[in-house]
Design a protein around this ligand. Structure first.
Ligand code: TMP
Length: 215
């Protein structure tokens, strides 16, 4: 597959969105064509699925339904947005991808890992990120950030996932670190407590080292 597929992962409140905006600006400044997208919610269908998945009122959603909706979002996103962009040799910066499903639905919810991986692998159909940036930080620090972010909003409980107990996010964090340790070549693990500008510089250095000719 041509193009470069870069994904960003971390627990809620890890600072992915800020980092992606900074990187996008840095790429713009050097005139490097790229696309910023996210899961769930990168397509028209995905935005509807995101509203269902993150609705705090949808508390009774079965874990298996949650898994299938995240995967439905991904299937559409890959077909409609990610593959076409990569085929046109573009750089794709994607806020969350398959590792989020392994971390949240596999490690967090405790769904059988072999089934989660099997369904996700069907949906990805061979597509894997060229690089995954994992922002790691203590769960309490992440949850504080999401609470502060939600404070100013009309609906203070922004996301059903944010409502989960700290122990859930702890499992997700450990899950991410385990995935990263099992594929060190694909992952760049950074301390999410570092300043956003510093993090963006570190990712840009990594991009320059790995994909020099494409930037
Ligand atoms: P976001 O706020 O970073 O866009 O993520 C939305 C929420 O969805 C976040 O709590 C993580 C969760 N999520 C999963 O549980 N599984 C997935 O596969 C994805 C993509 C996100």
């Amino acid at each position: 597959m041509p193009g470069i597929f870069i994904t960003f992962e971390g627990i809620d409140g890890s600072g992915k969105s800020t980092l992606i905006s900074l990187l996008s600006r840095m790429l713009d400044d050097r005139g490097t064509d790229h696309l910023v997208t996210r899961e769930p919610g990168g397509t028209t269908l995905g935005r509807k699925l995101r509203a269902v998945l993150l609705n705090p009122q949808a508390a009774g959603l079965a874990d298996m339904v949650e898994l299938l909706l995240y995967e439905a979002d991904r299937a559409q996103h890959i077909r409609e947005i990610i593959r076409p962009a990569l085929e046109r040799d573009r750089i794709v910066l994607c806020d969350r991808f398959s590792d989020a499903t392994i971390a949240y639905q596999g490690f967090g919810r405790g769904l059988p890992m072999d089934r989660v991986r099997a369904i996700d692998s069907q949906v990805r159909d061979g597509l894997l990120p060229d690089l995954t940036v994992l922002l790691d930080l203590p769960v309490e620090a992440g949850l504080n950030r999401t609470r502060n972010r939600n404070l100013g909003k009309k609906n203070a409980r922004e996301s059903r996932m944010d409502d989960e107990a700290a122990s859930f996010h702890e499992k997700v964090r450990r899950g991410y670190l385990e995935i990263a340790a099992s594929e060190p070549g694909r992952f760049l693990v950074l301390n999410g407590l570092r300043q956003p500008e510093e993090l963006a510089r570190a990712v840009m250095d990594e991009l320059e080292a790995r994909f020099k000719d494409a930037l």
